[in-house]
Design a protein around this ligand. Sequence first.
Ligand SMILES: Nc1ncnc2c1ncn2[C@@H]1O[C@H](COP(=O)(O)OP(=O)(O)O)[C@@H](O)[C@H]1O
Ligand SMILES: [Mg+2]
Length: 330
Amino acid sequence: MSDDVLLDVRNLTVHYKTKSGPVHAVENVSFKVHRGESVGFAGESGCGKTTLASAILRILPPNAEIVEGEIWFDGQNILELTPSEFRRHILWKRISMIFQGAMNALNPIIKIGEQIEEAITLHEDVSPREAWQRGADLFQMVGIEPSRINNYPFEFSGGMRQRAMIAMALACRPDLVLADEPTTALDVTIQAQIMELLRELQDTLGMSMILITHDISVIAETCDKTAIFYAGNLVEFGPVEKIFLEPMHPYTRGLIESIPSIENAETRRLTSIPGAPPDLSSPPPGCRFHPRCPWATELCKVKVPPLNQVGKDYMVACHYATAEGFNPPG
Ligand SMILES: Nc1ncnc2c1ncn2[C@@H]1O[C@H](COP(=O)(O)OP(=O)(O)O)[C@@H](O)[C@H]1O
Ligand SMILES: [Mg+2]
């Protein structure tokens, strides 16, 4: 890991236009990812993780609108590139992705080798033969017999398709990979294998990774940093070892306390947070978490808490979190 900033998201706000008004899916989100670093995104379903990842990949659906903000990648604001410039110079080559259903990203009736070869030759000046060879090497790397590159996706099991998808994502040696629930569709043992593979590859290839998962224990095992989202807001961002041991934001506390630990999984009650996240077409004023927060005050009901710097590369959006710690009144 280095101090070299690769991705710098600044005040990003994304809304979806719907018949019943705008959905405030991502609100004023800022964070940085350094070269070689892995960041895990966590938070309940519907809190804006996929929207944020799609904004970075410029694959937002047509009803989405980037209301505000900038996304700097390796020194340039990628929101200023035209769609064709982005596809030509950034997508797959510099920033690539691993989706949850690999079947959707791979064409079932074209040999996997051909699909990888095409991805490589589209972006790099190499011969089809070299590209094919690189595909075979990648298969080896992700643990598939290289000759299977001659197969069609439908001939693969779910786990193997996901491995092939990873090979595809790595084909052009990207600087950043976004993995959105990469193992959700797979059974538990295969999930663990795929996560182990991703962790290893990220480490040996020195690339940066954003990993989105509903399983925050995977983030604790895999990532350097974590970003905790609540109702479209980034509420806590910082080093995994800090946040998992001593979370500051009341939402993060609830989230982390609800991870069942292996030793006392049977005896300990799940301390889930009472209530439910708000409807993002009419989020509450002030701190979006205040209706569920045991420490909420009058201030929390009216004033949106800014993301405060509370340590090195550590930010928390709570009126009562500062560099001195979490100190709610009373
Ligand atoms: N195309 C869309 N049109 C309208 N609302 C959407 C669309 N896609 C997602 N949303 C809404 O945006 C919010 C964030 O969704 P999403 O980014 O998918 O969350 P997550 O990935 O954290 O589950 C949710 O309230 C979701 O219902
Ligand atoms: Mg999602």
